[in-house]
Design a protein around this ligand. Sequence first.
Ligand code: AMP
Ligand code: TRP
Length: 331
Amino acid sequence: MKHRMLSGIKPTGQLHLGSYIGALRQFVQSQEEYEMVAFIANLHCITVPQEPAELQKNLRDCVALYLACGLDPKKSIIFLQTDVMEHAQLGYIMCCHTYLGELNRMTQFKDKQAKGEANLSGGLYTYPTLMAADILLYEPDYVPVGEDQKQHVELCRDVAIRMNNRYGEIFHVPEPMIPEVGARIMSLTDPTHKMSKSDGLNRGCIYLLDDLKDARKKIMSAKTDSLGIVKYDPENQPGIANLIQIMSSLQDDRPFEDIEKEFEGKGYGDFKRAVADVVCGKLEEIQKRYYEIIDSDLIETTLKDGADRARAIASVTLDRVQRAIGMEIID
Ligand code: AMP
Ligand code: TRP
């Protein structure tokens, strides 16, 4: 039997090069070898305030981009989280089995809190318990995510193991799968912080739907250093190391040494131009397919079929869990 893999993306904004390299790219590669379950985490989106019209646009874009990047609805199960109610229900059960101490240790929440953002929601705090449900419902073997999500997958494992000890083997316990290259793509303007949609003026973040000229400009003005050597040295040359990672991952994991060799004795200008060519080539390919898909009914048919297939798996898990806990009476 094929191993199963599951992952999701929370499109609170537009997908960017970090989401592509750290996550989506892996989903696409994995669907050949694994049974891939890829969903759009729209329940997670509303853990922070959303503008309804904008959220809806982002969700549609996200499905179109999943498809444009190469996820194939015939091979993978692609669906919207809210179309499978079992997520919210198992999420509640997971929440009841997670300790406050465990949630207090989650760095993503702590970081937000430390920034002093006002009115953080309860949903944001309990987010990892819903994420645990997202995963466990489908009994995957692996969960491909970027580095920032590793801690959440580990919490999922801890709570699942604890519940297995208490109620019997109700959950299959998965492993996180972090890519060797590109698990943490950094901002182009500040290579000590990860590339993210909340990046100030967005000069440091390349969106998959960015105008190609804009994307090129962002790369050409990426922050580097004064050493003038194209060498993978994240400590002393974080900007260059980031560009090397971007180039390598978009060229089928081309070895870093190979890139270093190509640019030996050349300036950063030449190197950045080459990175921009690779990035823009990839964006162009994705955007071409995106524009073919965005107004077609492929989005609706994909989501409908995906939700049916997802529900068939999720309902069996939820039923088993509720029965083991002693919560069900009728069949
Ligand atoms: P998000 O867009 O925050 O829902 O993240 C979707 C997926 O992309 C998750 O697996 C993240 O770990 C991954 N991801 C987000 N930002 C980056 C980044 N800058 N570098 C690598 N992976 C990322
Ligand atoms: N928390 C993930 C993110 O922000 C998205 C996500 C939600 C997810 N549920 C998941 C990822 C389950 C993997 C598995 O990127």
